[in-house]
Design a protein around this ligand. Structure first.
Ligand code: CO8
Length: 256
């Protein structure tokens, strides 16, 4: 039973709210384990088409839990393969959107970047301040941030620990859209509903194809996309989507 995250399913959309307000949603092992294990059944459910991950107005998440890791030594983090448990969240196949208000720092920024899309409110602040703690990003930040915003802006954030506000994050392509604070979650849920209304095979494969662009060469990526595109012609949703266009009606996707 989840304690540090709240999960609310409404139709085909699952809203996940980080719920550790006293620690600004700092990401400890329990939060990581809850996200990894509690979301898995939804991920496999054909009736779930999108996750929305959010925090509070003040903090999406203020980073990995500094108090939990401060006493560890090298052999502790090495043997535990500390932070590798986050891969299970990153590898969820259902599209996931981060809705960020307030602080998204360190692991919080990295958690947002594990999602497929980031929307934020006007109050959002993104940062990788680990350098101030004598370490570096440990949940993928040096890699994902660099792929998203480019080397120069990534170096600027990671080497100085400076934060980006919402407008800077939009300009740097870290976030896709900015909403007023109160509108962030409702607007994100509406977009999630749109995504969840499409065929699940096509949304899963679309995100895997886009992800592939970050992993491989252009030619390999194009081949991957083409083979995936071909494979979707084996689905009922492809026949339905194209028939609906021709018949000038809304498609009724079944996830098959
Ligand atoms: N971990 C644990 N507790 C936290 C964290 C955190 N990351 N952030 C905030 N808290 C706690 C505070 O300690 C405080 O608790 P208490 O009331 O018991 O003292 C409570 O949340 C409220 O925080 P503040 O009083 O500090 O709130 P402010 O509004 O004054 O400040 C800030 C908000 C600016 C966000 C401030 O809390 C802050 O700077 N937090 C830390 C941000 C940070 O450095 N994040 C990066 C963490 S490291 C990381 O994510 C990856 C490390 C990779 C290591 C790799 C190892 C293998």
């Amino acid at each position: 039973m989840a304690e540090l995250i709240k999960i609310k399913q409404d139709g085909r959309v699952v809203l996940v709210t980080l719920n550790r307000p006293e620690a600004l949603n700092a990401l400890n092992s329990q939060v990581m384990n809850e996200l990894a294990t509690e979301l898995k059944p939804y991920d496999r459910d054909p009736n779930v088409g999108c996750f929305v991950i959010t925090g509070s107005q003040k903090a999406f998440a203020a980073g990995a839990d500094i108090k939990e890791m401060s006493d560890k030594d090298y052999m502790d983090v090495f043997h535990e393969d500390f932070f590798s448990g986050w891969d299970a969240f990153a590898k969820l196949r259902t599209p996931k959107i981060a809705a960020v208000s307030g602080f998204a720092l360190g692991g919080g920024c990295e958690l947002a970047m594990m999602c497929d899309i980031i929307y934020c409110s006007e109050s959002a602040k993104f940062g990788q301040p680990e350098i101030k703690l004598g370490v570096i990003p440990g949940m993928g930040g040096s890699q994902r941030l660099t792929k998203l915003v480019g080397k120069v802006k990534s170096m600027d954030m990671i080497l100085t620990g400076k934060m980006m506000n919402a407008a800077e994050a939009l300009e740097a392509n870290l976030v896709a859209r900015i909403f007023p604070d109160d509108a962030l979650v409702p607007e994100t849920l509406k977009i999630a509903e749109t995504i969840a209304g499409f065929g699940k095979a096509s949304t899963l494969l679309a995100r895997e194809s886009v992800e592939r662009a970050l992993e491989t060469s252009l030619q390999e990526g194009i081949l991957f996309e083409r083979r995936v595109f071909h494979s979707l012609f084996a689905t009922e949703d492809q026949a339905e989507g194209m028939a609906a266009f021709t018949e000038k009606r809304k498609a009724a996707f079944k996830g098959r």
